[in-house]
Ligand binder design. Structure first.
Ligand SMILES: Nc1nc2c(ncn2[C@@H]2O[C@H](COP(=O)(O)OP(=O)(O)OP(=O)(O)O)[C@@H](O)[C@H]2O)c(=O)[nH]1
Ligand SMILES: [Mg+2]
Length: 319
């Protein structure tokens, strides 16, 4: 693995950035070590961005929205990175990559950087890599990071836990209460955006918007920010500017009242805990003696010969 030129990366050199990301995504132990060194060096230059998570069911228009939104941001003078946490990518061959056709214009922009989801690893692993990639992009001067995920399994929770602003796209379909969106997701959302508010769907989109506005008023929120409900047409690029204005409004308020930094600190602390758990589990599985003991204790617990507490304690002490 060639050396990464940190200075060039910081100057926004795309090749250096791409190489650093490849290093971060590598599974080889020596690469991981190198990647951590790179991350430590760039850490002081990361963090200067707005991180926006975008989710929604397949076909809702995420890619089309990101194309329109990203182009708008670039017109505002921003540099935009598009990343993905996509649990299905090994099967779909990395859907966001195949999607470059839907982000055709954006992918041609000098001010945009589009990176598909890492194709290997468990969801947790993929999500860690996306977090680290996000830091690299920030060090390279990208000031808006868009993280896309399709609403499958835990991926939305993973994305929500790494971004400043979580946006859920929905379809104009007021009748269909939750549109396959899990209830917990709505509680994480900072904004719901009804996409495809165009053509014959305009009225339906308005009704849907009203429906969710009412629903959010019923949700008790202790946060300073009551989730917004908006509508847009990604295809016709309508209301895209308003959505960015809303994000900026959130950003300004969150910066002023300290929520922004506090939220990131909490996310980092959670991330550390998660990594710790994963590393402990990895250690457990790497050591054959402990692995065998773990299997034996598991049986003991199942058969009621040992309490879960005693078993866990014994393993930790062995470690
Ligand atoms: N009428 C209308 N169609 C749209 C709009 N946005 C997206 N579409 C269409 O909806 C279809 C799906 O759009 P995508 O952007 O690929 O949706 P996605 O959410 O990225 O889908 P997955 O990647 O499969 O999860 C495409 O045919 C788009 O042209 C919109 O605002 N209005
Ligand atoms: Mg897509």
């Amino acid at each position: 693995m060639p050396d990464i030129d940190i200075r060039k990366l910081q100057q926004g050199d795309r090749r250096s950035l791409a190489k650093a990301i490849t290093l971060v995504e590598s599974k080889r132990d020596d690469h991981r070590q190198q990647a951590q060194e790179v991350l430590e060096q760039i850490l002081p230059f990361s963090g200067n961005s707005i991180r926006i998570g975008i989710t929604g069911i397949p076909g809702v228009g995420k890619s089309t929205f990101i194309e329109a939104f990203g182009l708008h941001l670039i017109r505002q003078g921003k540099k935009v990175a598009v990343l993905a946490v996509d649990p299905s990518s090994p099967v779909a061959g990395g859907s966001i990559l195949g999607d470059k056709t839907r982000m055709e214009e954006l992918s041609r922009q000098e001010q945009a950087f589009i990176r598909p989801s890492p194709s290997e690893g468990s969801l947790g692993g993929v999500a860690h890599k996306t977090r680290e990639t996000m830091l690299l992009c920030e060090a390279a001067g990208y000031d808006v990071i868009l993280v896309e995920t399709v609403g499958v399994g835990q991926s939305e929770y993973e994305v929500a836990s790494m971004v400043d602003f979580f946006l859920v796209l929905m379809l104009p379909n007021a009748g269909d209460e939750l549109q396959g969106i899990k209830k917990g997701i709505l509680e994480l959302a900072n904004a719901l955006v009804i996409n495809k508010a165009d053509g014959e769907s305009i009225n339906l989109a308005k009704q849907t918007q009203q429906h969710y506005q009412n629903a959010f008023h019923l949700l008790q929120s202790s946060s300073f920010w009551l989730p917004r409900v908006m509508s847009c047409s990604a295809l016709e690029q309508k209301n895209i500017a308003d959505i960015w204005e809303m994000v900026l409004e959130f950003y300004k308020a969150a910066k002023e009242n300290g929520f922004f930094e506090q939220h990131r600190r909490e996310q980092n602390s959670q991330w550390m805990k998660k990594l710790l758990h994963e590393m402990i589990e990895l250690r457990l599985n790497q050591n054959q003696q402990i692995r065998l003991l773990s299997q034996k204790l598991q049986q003991d617990v199942i058969q009621g010969n040992c309490t879960p507490y005693a078993a866990a304690k014994q393993l930790v002490e062995k470690l």
